[in-house]
Design a protein. Structure first.
Length: 71
């Protein structure tokens, strides 16, 4: 499963990560950037450390799970 992780900095300077499952591919880097700007501008989310004040990064993470048969 792939996930889009968007990382922001809050008022306390801590990193806050919001994750979206199964992002549309290929990833539109400009759209992600604009979405993150909108989240900050509209104060769409809040964290325990206050409002989100800056973008820190974004990444796509893929997790592969393989079941192991045990006896």
């Amino acid at each position: 499963m792939k996930r889009l992780q968007m990382q922001f900095e809050n008022q306390e300077g801590k990193v806050v990560t919001y994750t979206l499952d199964d992002p549309v591919e290929p990833i539109d880097h400009e759209a992600v950037n604009e979405a993150m700007d909108t989240v900050i501008a509209q104060n769409a989310f809040n964290s325990s450390g206050g409002e989100l004040v800056a973008k820190r990064g974004a990444r796509v993470v893929e997790q592969i799970t393989e079941e192991i048969e045990i006896y």
